[in-house]
Design a protein around this ligand. Sequence first.
Ligand code: A2P
Length: 268
Amino acid sequence: APAKTEDFVATIPAGVFAETVTSVQHYTDHLFRFRMTRPESFRFRSGEFAMIGLMVGDKPIYRAYSIASPAWDEELEFFSIKVPDGPLTSHLQQIKPGDTVLMRKKPTGTLVLDALTPGKQLYMFSTGTGIAPFASLIRDPETYEKFDEVILTHTCREVAELKYGFDLVEEIRNHEFLAEVVGDKLRHYATVTREDFPFQGRITDLIANGKMFADLGVPRFDPAIDRGMICGSSAMLKETKALLEQAGLTEGANSKPAEFVIERAFVD
Ligand code: A2P
């Protein structure tokens, strides 16, 4: 017999939110985005992550997901990889509008504006799904109140993987209110490493050899005015962090704001 709603609700663990998927968009065989309802009592700061889960059999499986939507949005958005045998993403990639997704109640994270000291220019360095926290921050007016210029870098293996980022920037430019708030303060620097594209190479190499600065027409990092946020694989974090430290920037945290902050991107 088909499961009745009561049967399903009965299996949802206590003390977590159970939200409804509102849209799903697949970008590649490995990447998709979904949006879901936002509980009225759920508050977070743009750039934070939450524990997202699904009931798999009779038990919940959770993973940390950066919230890709800004704090003012009435829905929640997430950008996810699809790992064929990933404990969560092998199931999550099947979701459809109307399905239920679980979320633990407390968001957290270091990629928040509060963890940075005031500056003029904010760099957001991302690889792969590491763009997710920045998808939130570039849509938050507070980012543009605190910084004169925001430079989002996104590096992926293939061009198709950059689409989410290009769509975001396009959405901002066409948005009734954000377009005005953002103006020409947002710059998007997208590069790929395993296909032909006008901009090619790992962001670490492009910083080290100066090409990123030349392409953007900006001076090299200056700890007096430049701030950074980094989200990617462990190796990418380590190498990008070393480049910022070489330039004299120091790592901050919620409890001790400084010149840059880092957070590991999702792995299933
Ligand atoms: P590459 O193709 O040269 O490995 P992944 O999916 O493996 O995390 O890679 C996402 C993107 O991040 C790819 O373009 C990849 O480049 C790049 N990347 C991988 N490792 C590093 C690193 N240590 N520093 C900078 N970029 C990296």
